[in-house]
Design a protein around this ligand. Structure first.
Ligand SMILES: [Zn+2]
Length: 175
C-alpha cells in the first residue's frame, strides 16, 4: 500500500508537513528582522532537519541567496554530498526558476511549499520545472501547506516597508 493510500500514514504526513512548515515560517521571520524578504526553507531527511535557510539576498548582497539555495547548501555541507536523495524541502513560498532548478539538480525527492508565487513561481504558477517529464529528475509536490500564514508574513513585510517609506516622505515635507 502506498503511503497516501494508508489513512494513518497520510494523516501523519500532513501533521509532519504542518510542523515543518511552522519551522520554515520561523526562519522566514529571521529574514524579515534582517531586512530581507521573509522566505524560509528547510531540508528534512530521514526525519531529521539537515539544512536550514532564509532569504539573504539583501544581507549577503547575493542574487542566489534565496532560502531554498541557502538550505540546500547547508544540507550538503553537513552530508558532504551534492545530492540529497530521499529528502523533502519545505519552503514558505513557491520556488522561482533558479531554486526549482536547484531542487531538481540536488535530487530532492519531495517539495512542500506554502504560498503560490504568481509573479515568479516555477513549480505551478509560471512554469512546472519540478515535474517536467523532459528533465532527468522529478519531485513529488505538495502545495498550499499553511498558505495563509506564509502569504501573510510576506504581505506584512511589504506593508511595513510601504509605511516606513510614507513616514519618511511625510518627514521630508515637514522639514
Ligand atoms: Zn528562488
Amino acid at each position: 500500500m502506498s503511503e497516501l493510500a494508508d489513512p494513518t500514514a497520510a494523516a501523519a504526513l500532513v501533521a509532519d508537513d504542518t510542523r515543518y512548515m511552522r519551522e520554515a515560517l520561523r526562519l522566514a521571520d529571521a529574514a524579515a528582522v534582517r531586512g530581507d524578504v521573509p522566505v524560509g526553507a528547510l531540508v528534512v531527511q530521514d526525519g531529521a532537519i539537515i539544512g536550514v535557510g532564509f532569504n539573504t539576498r539583501e544581507g549577503a548582497a547575493d542574487p542566489c541567496g534565496h532560502a531554498e539555495i541557502v538550505a540546500l547548501r547547508d544540507a550538503c555541507r553537513s552530508t558532504r554530498r551534492w545530492r540529497v536523495d530521499g529528502a523533502t524541502l519545505y519552503v514558505t513560498l513557491e520556488p522561482c526558476p533558479m531554486c526549482a532548478g536547484a531542487l531538481v539538480n540536488a535530487r530532492v525527492r519531495r517539495l512542500v511549499y506554502g504560498a503560490d508565487d504568481p509573479k515568479a513561481g516555477a513549480v505551478r504558477s509560471l512554469y512546472q520545472l519540478c515535474d517536467d517529464p523532459r528533465l532527468n529528475h522529478r519531485l513529488e509536490i505538495t502545495t498550499g501547506v499553511l498558505a495563509g500564514p506564509c502569504a501573510a508574513v510576506l504581505s506584512e513585510f511589504f506593508r511595513s516597508i510601504r509605511e516606513r517609506r510614507r513616514g519618511r516622505a511625510r518627514g521630508a515635507r515637514w522639514r
